[in-house]
Write a protein that binds this ligand. Structure first.
Ligand code: HEC
Ligand code: HEC
Ligand code: HEC
Ligand code: HEC
Ligand code: HEC
Ligand code: HEC
Ligand code: HEC
Length: 385
């Protein structure tokens, strides 16, 4: 209890300092109702990344699929469902078979061997090899690799970069002075727990980080919460009780809906508390969206669900997003109406996101992220963070 109070007090102080910084240094202005994810997790029975339910309360996506078969079949093919897998299941290795990278004195290889995936570093004379235990990311942006030594996770020095379609040094890594160092960096337990918390399901249960018991990827119960009670009730024909015993994000108001996805995609407060200024925060879609006029200027705010169905793969046809913008905005040349209360574009009638959600590359990541701060982009204007 004492520790919990201290934690809360510390966060309050952090929030106060951050608020002061926010008000005095930047125009990050928060809106009433916005919260940092750790505070949401503490104040609600269920919120993504919560680690309190027991492992026995989770059933896994195959069981959900017994009744919600269409959703389950589609969700399986999303990037989220494959956000972390066993290395033997890596999409990148399926395509490339073997990854090899050379820098300075060292050659790094990642290759399947005898039912495992072996990661090796060689200086020409000596070499070290370890089996990989996890891969993170489908590889569109990149794929990172974890191995274990003495019960501790390490991230390999080498990642795969989707923008380059080849391996390179992981962000912040540059090899090492000896083979051991060259292999990778130690992941401190809180960081490891956070990686798995956002990339897998049920990695922390009964407040214990148990990677041995997790469900790979962001699957049904990462968003809907543990489902054993729901399944038991539905199997017993108790539909009303069943509906109440599963979390349905459709019931959230529009601000909370954005913060719900923001539990992993980082909210405005998460970004302030991480001191997340600069171009790197283009990866924080909830934060970016929360700064948009489309979000701020109405009670009925834009949410992630306006444009994305979390059960389906991402739409890559930019014109396909037009109807979502025109849900609120009047069409080119038309005046606003009660159905389309937001202004029309004076410039164009289609391909809205190509101008208003520009692509921004983060140095060292080689990927052009979509800026979710929907806005008028002026030529020569610096990245507004
Ligand atoms: C035995 C069948 C069955 C299984 C298994 C099952 N569900 Fe359901 N679920 C239903 C039925 C029936 C409904 C009510 C009708 C509907 O919305 O499809 C429902 C409704 C829901 C709802 C909407 C609840 C609301 O607010 O009305 C969600 C969310 C949901 N299920 C998620 C899940 C998840 C996640 C799993 C796996 C953990 C799962 N279901 C497993 C039968 C099942
Ligand atoms: C438990 C954490 C978590 C939650 C909650 C979550 N996401 Fe994600 N999401 C991820 C991770 C991790 C990835 C990266 C997956 C990858 O590319 O490997 C991702 C990727 C995505 C992508 C990119 C897909 C692609 O093909 O590139 C979209 C779109 C997305 N999420 C939308 C949403 C929406 C909408 C919500 C809320 C309904 C949401 N996410 C909630 C963790 C989460
Ligand atoms: C707060 C939640 C969160 C944490 C913690 C987190 N991630 Fe992610 N990660 C995401 C989301 C959301 C995405 C998708 C958007 C993006 O690419 O930034 C993502 C994307 C990625 C990608 C690119 C996926 C692709 O599409 O190619 C990799 C690789 C990755 N994360 C690795 C890691 C590793 C390794 C750690 C721990 C050191 C980690 N992540 C910690 C949420 C998180
Ligand atoms: C990334 C988060 C996320 C994941 C993963 C996810 N869902 Fe959902 N789910 C949502 C959100 C948000 C809604 C509400 C909006 C909507 O209907 O799409 C929803 C709605 C639903 C509903 C309908 C509720 C209604 O009101 O009609 C069902 C049923 C459901 N999900 C089942 C599943 C099943 C089964 C899986 C796994 C195969 C799954 N979901 C995976 C976020 C998620
Ligand atoms: C107004 C429409 C719109 C809204 C709202 C929206 N997105 Fe997107 N999102 C897009 C478009 C367009 C892309 C780019 C698709 C592509 O390049 O294939 C995208 C791409 C992504 C990606 C892939 C990485 C990237 O940078 O391209 C992630 C992750 C994502 N969105 C998450 C979210 C989350 C989380 C929310 C809510 C906080 C959200 N989006 C709200 C339109 C939207
Ligand atoms: C949920 C409703 C909603 C959706 C969906 C929506 N907007 Fe908006 N948008 C607004 C509102 C409200 C405003 C502020 C008042 C206005 O422009 O009428 C706004 C403002 C804007 C502005 C002016 C920004 C500024 O800084 O002056 C642009 C540009 C814009 N939206 C583009 C888009 C694009 C592009 C999409 C689709 C990718 C989109 N909007 C989707 C409601 C929405
Ligand atoms: C070719 C690039 C381009 C495309 C495509 C485009 N816009 Fe614009 N839009 C602009 C520019 C530039 C402005 C600023 C005009 C000015 O202030 O001179 C603007 C202004 C706006 C505004 C602010 C209007 C106001 O009165 O404040 C909104 C809202 C908007 N666009 C929405 C959209 C929507 C919705 C679409 C898709 C139907 C779209 N835009 C397509 C470039 C574009």
């Amino acid at each position: 209890m004492l520790i919990k109070l201290r934690g809360t007090a510390r966060r309050r102080l952090g929030l106060f300092v951050a608020m002061w910084l926010a008000v005095s240094c930047k125009s990050w202005a928060q809106l009433p109702g916005m919260m940092a994810t750790p505070d949401r997790v503490q104040s609600r029975a269920w919120w993504p990344t919560t680690g309190t339910p027991g492992r026995e309360e989770y059933v896994g996506p195959a069981v959900c699929g017994e009744c919600h078969s269409a959703r389950a079949a589609l969700q399986k093919s999303t990037a989220m469902a494959r956000a972390a897998t066993a290395p033997t299941d890596s999409d990148v290795l399926r395509v490339y078979g073997r990854l090899s990278f050379h820098s300075g004195n060292y050659t790094y290889t990642i290759e399947p061997k005898d039912g495992t995936v072996l990661y090796s570093v060689s200086d020409g004379g000596h070499s070290l090899s370890v089996p990989l235990s996890w891969e993170f990311g489908v590889g569109k942006v990149g794929q990172a690799y974890f191995f274990e030594q003495d019960g501790t996770f390490y991230e390999s020095s080498v990642s795969f970069f989707g923008g380059l379609q080849k391996p390179g040094f992981a962000l912040g890594s540059e090899g090492g002075l000896n083979l051991g160092e060259a292999l990778g960096r130690r992941i401190e337990p809180p960081e490891g727990r956070a990686c798995f918390g956002c990339h897998t399901t049920a990695s922390t249960t009964s407040n214990q980080f148990r990677p041995d018991l997790l469900i790979p990827g962001v699957t049904c119960e990462a968003c809907h919460g543990p489902g054993a009670k729901h399944v038991a009730a539905m199997k017993a024909g108790k539909v009303e009780e069943g509906a109440k015993s599963i979390f349905n994000p459709a019931q959230l108001n529009s601000l909370d809906q954005v913060e719900f996805c923001g539990a992993c995609h980082r909210t405005l407060w998460d970004t302030i508390l991480q001191n997340g200024g600069g171009v790197f925060n283009v990866r924080f879609q909830a934060y970016r969206l929360e700064r948009s006029a489309c979000f701020r200027n109405r009670q009925d705010r834009i949410t992630c669900l306006n444009c994305h169905d979390p059960h389906k793969p991402l739409m890559s046809d930019m014109a396909a997003y037009d109807p979502h913008c025109l849900n609120c905005h009047a069409s080119h040349g038309l005046k606003t109406t009660s159905e389309h209360p937001a202004h029309a574009c004076p410039v164009a009638s289609s391909n809205c996101v190509s101008c208003h959600m520009p692509k921004v590359e983060i140095p060292g990541i080689y990927f052009k992220f979509t800026d979710h701060w929907i806005r008028i982009v002026r030529k020569g204007q610096p990245y507004p963070d």
